[in-house]
Write a protein that binds this ligand. Structure first.
Ligand SMILES: Cc1cc2nc3c(=O)[nH]c(=O)nc-3n(C[C@H](O)[C@H](O)[C@H](O)COP(=O)(O)OP(=O)(O)OC[C@H]3O[C@@H](n4cnc5c(N)ncnc54)[C@H](O)[C@@H]3O)c2cc1C
Length: 461
């Protein structure tokens, strides 16, 4: 059993299938050198994964075995291990990202050449690849019809978790192949500091339980970053410390209007997964061909100000500082800062996408790319390019008392509830607060930039 983004022993399809079909199962996780070499030594995702692996190992020990952790290129390491242990079959859960598809094809080819096989199971989503298609057998490129088809198909199916692993069939591993300390793999600086979410399988279950008590209020609270209105489960769904079936089961059991709304978000997740599967080119370029050659005129200095949370737009700066500090950003804020980068700063959405990819604990290629292309109006099902978020009115609407802004931009804490959204427009500012010194003046004028964005996007045929 080769674990990847499914770091749990419970409700894990591939583990279950492996145990069903084999008298003994060896469990392995590979610290993938192809991925790790691109990450900085203090990448907090490594600390999150490390803590999830420690819990996974504990949980496998409760079933009489343990987890083997290897470091290297999976395309070499997995066939090599299968040879050493003389395993006939390797089980894993399917991953839909272009790199993972190519890696798995390589592993499958090597195993097959030696008379072994790779079994990829569906686990990460309820419906995958070609399971939800239009009447013409084509992939959906609009969310609403996809969501309707998903729900129709789902009503016939119960999101029942997979049974727990069988006792005693998991092999133990030698101490030398157990979980190495982070320092041994070059990530001495990776820590969970600043992280708001609890880690590991236990953290996922705690969050799920806590959210279960708040789920009925999800629809009314989900857009307000200062309120604890969302689940904060994204990193757990990303690394599989929680299964999507467990999430869907919670929504079904609750049955409230809030749960209905939350289920839709889980469907958005699957929508983007299937989109990436069918249109892998979106990882590189705009879904809509017409926007592929846009010449974004935004300045590098503006991009640096956006990254560092010093654009002079308080809600944008608070959001970016939340991301930099904690590795998380609220969904409403992701939409605001993404729109601001593309439509106000006129910077290529791919630069923002890459920045999020480097910083987000829950970074997921499909969801991140989908979110960015949605905000940039370059994606499928995109809002028309002329719908542009106004960062000030968004701030007034979704953080009316400036509570979120005050938390992350403390230099604005003394401003009143009106001035805090746009200090440069305030008739008077508190004595002792100097705009331009204590906090920057806006780096661009929203109204002017809006016109430039309309001209840029409108110029295309
Ligand atoms: C520009 C941009 C970039 C994004 N990048 C990512 C990313 O890298 N990884 C990621 O998981 N989500 C991403 N999202 C989607 C969304 O913002 C996060 O999933 C959400 O904020 C995570 O918080 P939560 O778990 O409390 O969400 P909840 O509101 O509790 O939602 C539950 C789950 O549904 C899924 N989900 C919710 N909204 C979306 C969505 N719009 N698209 C896809 N899945 C969704 C997530 O798995 C989430 O954990 C992005 C959105 C935008 C606009």
């Amino acid at each position: 059993m080769w674990f990847r983004r499914d770091l749990r022993a419970t409700d894990n399809t591939a583990l279950y299938q492996a145990l069903q079909s084999s008298p003994q199962v060896h469990c392995v996780f590979v610290l993938d050198s192809n991925i790790l070499q691109q990450l900085p030594a203090d990448d907090r995702r490594l600390a999150f994964i490390h803590s999830a692996l420690a819990e996974l190992d504990t949980s496998l020990r409760q079933h009489g075995g343990s987890l083997r952790v290897l470091h290297g290129d999976p395309a070499t390491v997995i066939p090599q291990l299968a040879r050493e242990l003389n395993c006939q079959q390797v089980f894993c859960n399917r991953d839909y990202e272009p790199y993972a598809r190519q890696r798995d094809a390589q592993v499958a080819a090597s195993l097959t050449a030696e008379g072994r096989s790779l079994h990829c199971c569906k686990d990460q989503v309820i419906f995958e690849c070609d399971e939800i298609l239009t009447g013409q057998g084509k992939p959906y490129t609009m969310f609403t019809p996809y969501m309707k088809a998903w729900r129709k198909r789902f009503s016939a199916l119960l999101a029942e978790p997979v049974p727990a692993p069988l006792q005693g069939a998991i092999a133990t591993v030698p101490a030398a192949q157990q979980l190495p300390p982070l320092a041994d793999i070059g990530f001495a600086g990776a820590s969970l500091e600043g992280l708001k979410v609890a880690t590991g399988r236990s953290g996922a279950l705690d969050l799920l339980q806590d959210f279960g008590r708040r789920l009925k209020h999800y629809r009314s609270c989900r857009d307000f970053p200062a309120i604890k209105g969302v689940s904060y489960l994204s990193a757990h769904l990303r690394f599989g410390t929680l299964s999507v079936r467990e999430a869907v089961t919670l929504a079904l059991a609750d049955g409230s209007d809030g749960a209905e709304c939350w289920l839709n978000e889980l469907i958005w997740r699957e929508f983007y997964q299937q989109l990436l599967w069918h249109f892998p080119q979106v990882a590189e370029t705009s879904f809509k061909e017409v926007y592929r050659d846009l010449a974004f005129p935004g300045e590098d200095a503006w991009f640096a100000a956006w990254c560092e949370g010093r654009t002079g737009y308080p809600i944008v700066d608070a959001a970016m500082r939340q991301l930099n500090h904690s590795g998380y950003m609220h969904n409403r804020l992701r939409m605001i800062v993404a729109s601001f980068l593309v439509k106000d700063l006129l910077i290529d959405w791919r630069r923002g996408e890459a920045y999020f990819a480097a910083k987000l604990l829950d970074f997921d290629l499909a969801a991140n790319n989908g979110g960015w292309q949605w905000a940039a109006s370059t994606g499928c099902d995109a809002q028309p390019y002329f719908r542009i978020f106004n960062p000030v009115t968004q701030s007034e609407k979704f953080d009316p008392e400036g509570k979120f802004i005050r938390r992350y931009v403390p230099e604005l804490a003394m401003l009143d509830n009106k001035a805090i959204h746009a200090p440069w427009l305030a008739k008077s500012l508190p004595a002792g607060f100097r705009l331009g010194q204590d906090y920057p003046e806006p780096i661009v004028d929203h109204a002017q930039q809006r016109e430039l964005a309309l001209a840029l996007f409108g110029r295309t045929p």
